[in-house]
Write a protein that binds this ligand. Structure first.
Ligand SMILES: [Fe+2]
Length: 96
């Protein structure tokens, strides 16, 4: 997790317009969600293998929350934020 956050800081420093920064923040947040999903998914599987259905169900609900958050972030990015970031980056390269 510390590595993901460190990488997010570096990417955000490289994106100094609000268009590209918004896209970079969403990308960083989705990386955190995917990291969490891997952890909760694995732990739920292990709980199932150990016959701990109570723990499996709790972890499964948390996994679903992470998946929902990731889906919302994806929808947000595709709502125009990624498009505006790409447009801005394209304009910057054209002006250089
Ligand atoms: Fe999360």
């Amino acid at each position: 997790m510390a590595g993901i956050l460190s990488e997010a800081n570096a990417v955000m420093k490289e994106n100094d317009t609000h268009e590209t920064l918004d896209a970079a923040i969403i990308m960083a947040a989705q990386k955190v969600e995917h990291y969490e999903m891997a952890g909760y998914g694995s732990a739920a599987c292990w709980a199932d293998m150990l016959g701990r259905n109570d723990i499996k169900e709790l972890l499964g609900r948390t996994l679903e929350e992470e998946e929902t958050t990731d889906k919302k972030l994806n929808e947000l990015a595709k709502s125009g934020i990624n498009q505006r970031a790409a447009q801005r980056r394209s304009e910057e390269e054209f002006a250089a």
